[in-house]
Design a protein around this ligand. Sequence first.
Ligand SMILES: [Zn+2]
Length: 384
Amino acid sequence: MKRTCLFVLLAAACPGQDDRYARLIEDILIFDAHIDTPRYFLDEGYRLAERHSYYELDLPRLREGRVGAVLFGIYAQPQDFGPEQWLPRALEVLDCLHQEVKRNASGIEFAFTSDDVLRIRKAGKVAALASLEGGHLIAGSPRILRNFHRLGVRYMTLAHFQNNAFADSMTDQPLHGGLSQQGKDLVREMNRMGMMADVSHISDKAVVDAVNTSRSPVIASHSSVKAIAAVPRNMPDGIIRAVAAQGGVICINFHAGYLNAAAHDVYIRNRPKREAEIKAAGTDWERIRRIQKRYYDYMPRVSVKELLRHIDYVARLVGPDHVALGSDFDGVSGMVPVGMEDVSKYPVLVKGLIEMGYKDEDIRKVMGLNLLRVMRENERRTER
Ligand SMILES: [Zn+2]
């Protein structure tokens, strides 16, 4: 009883949390490392300008969420498309992103550098950046990757759900035992052009190889914590430490099934049925969304608190300089945490981190500055 009174008194004697929140939200840089919306521009004519009641990102909701910058994912899952479609599809989706940004120039602008991100944010707009998800998208050619860099791609995930010539995927059988020689050469080439190497999706050994090969800090653009949820896509402590020791950053994935192992069990158990239904729906996007919603409802609810736990775990393990956000919005098949349903909800994380006792400086780092720092480091170490 005494303790409760003391706690209540202390809380009453410490006003200012609301002030802190109001001050922070005014100018904090919220920077998400991985959002997969662009394929919807191509496949469905999804429009950034309109507010939608489905999917997880559009311009009105970015504004509501005070979002400063987004690294948009360009992808063609190797299991969904034939090899001859990988490169053309990546180029088409990237073009759609550029076109969609151009159409909404008063609210969003393409950023090519970390300075661009700050300038665009200061002008009150959202900075849009691009990334490539999977080394299979570049037809084995570092020259093609160099052209993607010219088009604004600022990181590439070394592998997606399957192995490729460069790297073993975490969700495939080991082929190279980590990175291949070609993969190591590619990482050095990425260092030279100032493109970040992304170690999400790749095997633990491949992460170690990437960290040991790269001269610049690497990122895990959308990966959560295995010690909390032991699922294949998450990172064990040793790997989180290796990425952090090299100066890199782990951007936490919001997928409910990666935040919570019980949710993952249900997700995986239902996946074959869900995917068969989606395949049968063809390009009936509305029907696909209904199927996804139904399977989402089978999963146990996962809360924002669980997401904050993953962030806090990495901050405690390796320090607040090495954790960031990589929601994977629009890439999680609608499997979002309750209270973090779309990009309008990021301010909830600012509030949550204040409540957990984080300093303003560290909240700023987690919400965006850590990712910006790693991007800047990669630019700085470029060999021209
Ligand atoms: Zn992914």
